[in-house]
Design a protein around this ligand. Structure first.
Ligand SMILES: [Zn+2]
Length: 254
C-alpha cells in the first residue's frame, strides 16, 4: 500500500515537474508591452486622444496600459506621478501627451527626464508635450525631446513630406501626407542627437519644420511628432498608424 502511494505521489510530482518545465507562452511569443500614458493639462481632448492611441496600438501589439491623467486642464501643474522614484521603470515605453506650458521648475523637469536617462525608459512625445515646460530656463526637457519649439502657426491642412526612407518608425507612412486641420509647430532647434524623419512647410515663412523625428537621448530612444491637436487628427488613419509604428520603434519592438 505504501509503495503504491509512493508510486502515485511520484507520478503526480513527475507530472507537476513536466508542467513546470513547459514555457508559459509559445515560442516566439512576446510578453505584453507595458505602456504608460502621461496626459492632461490645457487645450486638448485627452480622454479621446488616449482612447484613439489605445485603439491604434492595440491593433499591432499586445499591450498592458497604464494611463495617468493628472494636473487638471490648466497650463501649470506638477503632477504626483513624477514624485515617485523610478516612476518610469516599470514600463517599456512612456507616451508623453501632457500640456503644461507654464510649469518651469528645473528640479521638477529633472525628475521627469531622469526616468528616461541612464538606461531609462524610451518615450513617445506628442504635440503639446513639445510646448510643455517651455517657460523653464532649463533645457533638460527640450534636450530629451530633441526639438525646441515655443510657438505654432495657424491651423491648416499641412503637407508632410517624408525625408528619410526605410525608418521603422515610418512603416506604412506615405511619401506625402496632408494632415487634417492641425497646428504647425515652429521648431527653433533640432538638437544634434535628433534626426528629422518628415517635415512640413510653414505657410507664413516658407521654412520647413521637423514634424516627425527620432531622438537618441543619452542612448534612450525617443519618437516625436508635433501633430495631434484636434480630434480630427486622432481619427486620421495615417496619423494613428504613425503613432503606433513610432511607439513600436521606440520600445524596440519594430
Ligand atoms: Zn494643440
Amino acid at each position: 500500500m505504501v509503495s503504491r502511494t509512493l508510486l502515485v505521489l511520484s507520478l503526480v510530482l513527475g507530472a507537476f515537474s513536466v508542467l513546470q518545465a513547459q514555457p508559459s507562452s509559445s515560442p516566439g511569443q512576446r510578453p505584453a508591452l507595458r505602456v504608460l500614458v502621461v496626459t492632461g493639462g490645457c487645450c486638448h481632448d485627452y480622454p479621446f486622444q488616449t482612447q484613439q492611441l489605445q485603439l491604434a496600438v492595440n491593433a499591432v501589439a499586445d499591450v498592458t496600459w497604464t494611463v495617468v491623467n493628472e494636473g487638471g486642464k490648466g497650463t501649470r501643474a506638477e503632477i504626483p506621478l513624477y514624485d515617485q522614484p523610478n516612476w518610469a521603470r516599470a514600463y517599456d515605453v512612456v507616451v508623453h501627451n501632457e500640456c503644461f506650458a507654464d510649469t518651469h521648475d528645473p528640479a521638477y523637469l529633472q525628475k521627469i527626464v531622469s526616468g528616461h536617462e541612464k538606461g531609462g525608459t524610451p518615450a513617445v512625445v506628442v504635440h503639446c508635450a513639445m510646448h510643455s515646460y517651455r517657460a523653464s530656463t532649463s533645457d533638460a526637457w527640450r534636450a530629451f525631446l530633441g526639438v525646441t519649439s515655443r510657438r505654432h502657426d495657424h491651423q491648416s491642412n499641412y503637407t508632410v513630406r517624408r525625408v528619410v526612407d526605410g525608418h521603422p518608425a515610418l512603416r506604412g507612412f506615405p511619401a506625402e501626407w496632408v494632415t487634417p486641420k492641425d497646428e504647425l509647430y515652429i521648431v527653433e532647434k533640432l538638437w544634434p542627437s535628433a534626426k528629422a524623419l518628415a517635415v512640413a512647410k510653414s505657410e507664413k515663412d516658407g521654412l520647413d519644420h521637423a514634424t516627425i523625428w527620432v531622438n537618441d537621448h543619452q542612448g534612450t530612444r525617443v519618437f516625436g511628432t508635433t501633430f495631434g491637436h484636434g480630434n480630427v487628427t486622432w481619427e486620421d488613419p495615417v496619423f494613428l498608424k504613425l503613432i503606433a509604428s513610432g511607439l513600436l520603434w521606440a520600445s524596440g519592438r519594430n
